[in-house]
Design a protein around this ligand. Structure first.
Ligand code: NCD
Length: 310
């Protein structure tokens, strides 16, 4: 069902593994809503969070998920200044590994850094975002949110809009949604499309009306300025006018289309604030809620199951 040592990306996963993860997460989400305490499947295990990049919701979500399942959780404050050329990162990993953690949750600004680290340690590693490469738990929580709202996770039209080029969220989602046989459209200015976009086999447009036409899901992305060197858009005002999601642009999507955003959002830049708060259309808060459930499921399947088998 799910017999991997690590969760480094969506790329290697089989659709049945994705479904197994989502089913387990759904179980935890239902339990949380019903107010029941989950089995402490991570009791006696040590989880270390190493975030080499800023994070609010992902770090908090992994921490809460571990604690709900009974793990001993430690979050290390990794300062951006002490960052991390290859060797330093591996040294840090080896030092930590010697303390024998069971789960290592890592976010790093360089694509591939988490994979490299996973090769050096003996515990389960979860990728909490590496550069513009992958953010697997985000794509899984988005998938669970979509599955709950739409009743299925296949044959849907999903428009992913905005700064695709710098977004690991877009990349992981694109891979996952493709594996589950959905139709994905990328919408944004050509300057924010990745160079390899033609090879991705998805529809690409710089016109929001065309991109959102009959979409079931509209997923907005943040302008990731920390990964931009130079100006990619004329101005934020201009960007909002053409690509910011408001009620008028959303009218091109299906009447029951849901609105998503991984956060943190820039209201009035990529999305209208009132629309983001509209509980009839926006599932942004549910995404955060599903984030905890998905991380519980991922850590349970990676470490809890292994500990039970011992
Ligand atoms: C995303 C990330 O860090 O990649 N945020 C998140 O994990 N919720 C998206 C972003 O930073 O824009």
């Amino acid at each position: 069902m799910f017999a991997r040592p690590h969760l480094l990306g969506i790329e290697p996963l089989h659709p049945t593994e994705i479904t197994a993860l989502l089913d387990r997460a759904q179980h935890y989400a239902e339990g949380a809503r019903a107010g029941t305490r989950p089995e402490p499947v991570l009791a006696g295990l040590t989880q270390v969070n190493m975030f080499f990049e800023n994070s609010t919701r992902t770090q908090a979500s992994f921490e809460i998920a571990g604690k709900r399942l009974g793990a001993d959780v430690m979050s290390m404050a990794m300062q951006a200044s002490s960052l991390a050329k290859g060797e330093t990162l591996i040294d840090t990993a080896l030092t930590l590994n010697a303390m024998r953690p069971d789960l290592l949750v890592v976010r790093h600004p360089h694509a591939g850094a988490v994979d490299l680290l996973a090769q050096k340690v003996t515990c389960a590693v979860l990728n909490a975002g590496d550069g513009r490469h992958e953010h697997p738990t985000q794509a899984l929580l988005d998938a669970l949110t979509i599955r709950r709202a739409k009743g299925r996770l296949h044959r849907l039209t999903v428009a992913i809009c905005g700064d695709i080029a710098h977004s690991r969220v877009a990349r992981s989602n694109l891979i996952l949604l493709g594996k589950m046989e959905n139709r994905v459209r990328l919408v944004g200015p050509p300057t924010l499309m990745p160079p390899e976009v033609a090879a991705l086999g998805v529809e690409v447009t710089d016109d929001m009306a065309a991109g959102l036409k009959d979409a079931d899901v509209v997923m907005m992305l943040r302008l990731q300025k920390e990964r931009m060197d130079g100006a990619f858009i004329p101005s934020e005002r201009e960007y909002y006018h053409r690509f910011g999601l408001d009620a008028a642009k959303l009218a091109h999507a299906k009447p029951d289309a849901i609105v998503m955003h991984p956060g943190p959002m820039n209201r009035g830049v990529e999305i209208d604030g009132t629309l983001a708060d509209d509980i009839n259309r926006s599932v942004i808060q549910e995404q955060v809620e599903m984030g905890v459930a998905v991380r519980m499921a991922a850590m349970d399947l990676l470490a809890g199951a292994r500990a039970r088998a011992r």
